[in-house]
Design a protein around this ligand. Sequence first.
Ligand SMILES: [Zn+2]
Ligand SMILES: [Zn+2]
Length: 358
Amino acid sequence: MKQETMKVLVYHEPGKISLEDAPVPEIIKSSDAIVKVTLSTICGSDIHIIGGHAGVQPPHIIGHEFCGEIVELGSAINDFKVGDKVAISCVASCGECFYCRQGLHYHCTDPDCTCFGTNRANGPSLNGCQAEYVRLPYASNYMHKIPEGFTEEDMLFIGDILSTGYFGCEQAHIQPGDSVLIIGAGPVGMCAAITAKLWGPAQIIIVDQIQSRLDVCLREGITDIALNSTDVDVLKKVRELTDGRGADRVIEAIGSEATLLTSLRAVRIGGNVCTIGSYAKPVTLPLNTHWVKNITLSMGFVPVDRMPELIKLIQGGKINTKFLMTHRAPLNDIINGYDVFGNKKDGCLKWVITPYER
Ligand SMILES: [Zn+2]
Ligand SMILES: [Zn+2]
């Protein structure tokens, strides 16, 4: 028998979250699916949300990085069946509006669509995945079957941070033989490093202040060089490593004025900077001294249409993100998860959430 209530994580006010009961979602439209969340995780942007920096109006069920098992399907969906295991995008999208057709799914104008676990003032609102069940509007647009022989563990990050890292690399226009600099060795920066390799750069350099994260990058072989900016002059070192020119491509994966400024200073003349960090504050850039460098600067919210490509790359053994899963506990322990992940305790890269245990 289907349960009537479920456990969900609710954001109440900056700094305040709690695990509560809520009704299990139901099919509203024929294009909906209901999934049981089989694996989810906490994203850096959830930390922004509970810090009050993302404009999410409380109270709201949060979480947007997840895989699930289909438990109910609207009558219009015929390419999936109940019981299918699926990887799901962090953003719901109608697939038909102007922005969806441009591949800018986060900006979908359908009133039912936005990023899961967020809402906008007087705008769309979608419950999140830090719950036992989630309703997916227009589900078949952005849920993808997990292929035979693979599990949620293989695919958990494709709908958000892996797509984000991949987007950063695409926007940075990496060429074979390039020197790629990644600023920030958090999970998103690591996903950028993992995918940067697909373009065949000569060297991938990563920068962070947390030595244990830099050690992981070297141990997992996702970067060639790892610089700790607390004891290395990053700009000087990058010039040394690039014949005095600077990095061909820079991916900024933090989202602060200081790191964006470092990116502009570290990139070579004519190079590309893509920032995939999410910014909590405005930044001031010295364009008076940098405009002459012919830099291409890009930014944006992750597009989610690369998920099929990422699934194939994982199937082909070209990408593996499992090492990011440093911590794992049922939904029951999620409050502790926010503390450990949010405060970067205990070497935590990703806190993985398994279903609620009764
Ligand atoms: Zn996210
Ligand atoms: Zn749309």
